[in-house]
Structures are given as C-alpha cells and as structure tokens.
Design a protein around this ligand. Structure first.
Ligand code: COA
Ligand code: ZN
Length: 307
C-alpha cells in the first residue's frame, strides 16, 4: 500500500494573513469548503492573534463554530500567547500551534516577547494543551534564516525542537518562513531529528520564495518527514517578516507526492478549481509552477465525453 503523506493546508492562515484584502468569515469558510472539495483533510483554519496586529484573522472564533466535516478533518489554529490559547480552546479548536521563532529579533517583531519568554510561554502552552486533551503543535520559525539576524544555526533549531518535545509537543513544524532553505541545509537540520520524523512528529513548512521549496520537500522526505504545510496557489507570506512571499503551492506539493507514489488523498486536478476559486475570493493572481499544466489536464478531463 502507498505510504501516506499528510498535506496540511495553511492558506486560510498563512495565506490570508498577509493579503491586502481582508476576507469575511463567510468567504473564509467558502475557501475552506473548496479545499475540502478537492480532498484536503488537514487545514490550519486561522490564528487567534490580536485583530489590531492582523485584522485579516479577526473572527477566527466564529469560523471555528461553522467548520464542516468536523469529525473527518484535522483542523488547527495558530496561537501566539496564553490569551490566544484560551480563545482557541473556547472556540472549540482541537489542535493548536504555538510559534517559536529561532531568533531574538524575530520573536520581538512577531509576538513582542524575547526568545527566552517565548520558550517559556510555548512550553507552558504545550503542557496545557496536552493536559486539556488538545493536539499540541509547535512551529520553529525562521529555522534556516532570519530576515533580521541572517543564517540560523541548525543546532539552535534542533535544541528548540527538543525543548518543545520535552514540554509535551506532539509535533514540531520546522518553518522556513522566508524561503531561504536549500536541500543541503534541510538535510543537516533534519538528520539529527530523524527519530522524531519517522515517528510522524516532524512537519515541514517551506516557502517557495527562491524556487527551492520542492527540492527542500524531497530532502525532507529522504530524512523521514511525512507531513508538509502548503498553501493553495502559493498564496501567502508573513506580515512581520520582510521578504516572506509565496508559500509552497499545494498543487505543486500534491502533484509531486502523488507522482512519487505517496498517498495524499488529494486529486491534483481537483485543486485547479480551488486555485481559481481562491484567486477570485482574494483578488490575487495564484498558481504554482505546475498550475498551467494542471489546468490543461483538467480541461482535457472535462472534455472527455461521459460513457
Ligand atoms: N488574541 C486576541 N487579542 C489579543 C491576543 C490574542 N492572542 N493577545 C493579546 N491580545 C490583545 C490584548 O487583549 C490587548 O487588547 P486591547 O488593546 O484591546 O487591550 C492587545 O492585544 C495588546 O495586548 P498585549 O498583551 O500588550 O499584546 P502586544 O501588544 O504585546 O501584542 C500579540 C502581542 C502577540 C498579541 C500581537 O503581537 C499579535 O497578535 N501578533 C500577531 C503575530 C502573528 O500573527 N504573526 C504571524 C503568524 S506567525
Ligand atoms: Zn509561512
């Protein structure tokens, strides 16, 4: 049987948080629905952050109350602090992801805490999530390079990941926030974490800023990683991290994984409709490297007369 790889769609959070156009809760729900229609079963719904800092994410609590297929889909929420945790839990989130940036400056800019404070808060929240029966996830952001401090030492990211596991994290998400990783750096960082990867406890989050996201996915697969974040059509970026442009496009990730014989449960051609729909909703031109080819295949499939 084909080996399973989880594709976690982060467009509704990482994608939308940096868009000029703020979608309504109804539009965000519509976006999630078209993603589910394409077979996606793991979605980061939004974040519980200050609506003054990120107005695009206001109303995530309301959105959680309306999510379809709640028993079949792994929905998660990003939380920056204790208040975010409490709001997420009250809204019914069953999986929460804290954000620990690997550098001092990035923590300050993103969530206004020092690295040390962030480690303490994240560790506390991992423990609380475990105690409350929620899935506990921890992003280690700017894991390869920080827009303010330059290259991030791999040993620091490894130590932070281990710290989060010790605190109770079910999963650590290695996040290349500004798309600066390369396959060799990915290998160096992930090899020491391989026992966690093969236990399904490491996920990777790449941005395609420099066109290397899929190469980095391949290096991660070779290091045993079987879960990845991606964003429909490549929508996204981080508002607090200059230069963080498009996420790895979901259709590129799914096409590569399916072609390699992994089971994602997602039909790459069905993602064409999702890309177009989200393009209309966000007024942003979208589409990964493979999008035009997928579109042609999609059209050809529709033209085949039904038997
Ligand atoms: N959700 C909603 N509101 C929150 C909140 C949360 N998780 N945490 C704090 N707030 C509110 C406070 O209630 C307060 O509201 P008020 O001004 O109406 O009294 C206001 O935000 C400031 O609170 P404070 O604790 O002083 O926070 P801060 O100003 O130091 O900002 C964050 C810290 C984390 C809330 C803010 O920087 C933030 O939301 N950043 C978003 C980071 C993000 O989304 N990054 C991208 C994803 S990695
Ligand atoms: Zn990101």
């Amino acid at each position: 049987m084909a080996e399973r790889v989880i594709v976690n769609e982060v467009g509704p959070r990482d994608g939308l948080q940096s868009q000029g156009k703020t979608l309504s809760v109804a539009q965000r729900l519509e976006m999630i629905q078209v993603l589910l229609d394409a077979g996606i079963r793991s979605v980061e719904v939004g974040s519980f952050v200050s609506p003054k800092a990120v107005p695009q994410m206001a109303g995530t609590d309301e959105l959680f109350g309306q999510l379809p297929l709640a028993d079949e889909v792994a929905y998660s929420a990003l939380i920056p602090n204790v208040k975010g945790y409490e709001l997420a839990k009250a809204a019914g989130a069953r999986s929460v992801a804290v954000v620990l940036s690997a550098t001092e400056t990035m923590n300050q800019r993103n969530i206004r805490m020092s690295l040390e404070q962030t480690i303490a808060v994240c560790a506390e929240l991992m423990q609380r999530a475990r105690d409350d029966g929620l899935e506990a996830r921890a992003y280690v952001a700017v894991a390869f390079e920080c827009p303010f401090e330059g290259l991030t030492p791999a040993r620091r990211v490894i130590a932070l990941s281990e710290r989060m596991f010790e605190a109770g994290a079910d999963k650590v998400i290695i996040a290349d926030t500004i798309g600066a990783a390369n396959p060799r750096a990915v290998r160096e960082l992930l090899m020491p974490l391989q026992s966690y990867s093969t236990a399904g406890r490491i996920s990777c989050h790449f941005h395609d800023t420099r066109g290397m996201a899929l190469a980095n996915v391949l290096a991660s697969l070779e290091a045993g990683v079987r879960e990845f974040d991606s964003s429909i059509g490549g929508l996204g970026g981080c508002p607090f991290s200059p230069g963080a442009t498009g996420n790895l496009a979901t259709e590129d990730l799914v096409l590569m994984l399916n072609s390699m014989g992994f089971a994602t449960g997602i039909d790459s051609l069905a993602l064409v409709d999702a890309v177009k729909h989200v393009e209309t909703l966000t007024d942003t031109p979208l589409g990964g490297h493979s999008f035009r080819w997928l579109q042609r295949q999609h059209q050809a499939r529709q033209e085949v007369p039904h038997a």
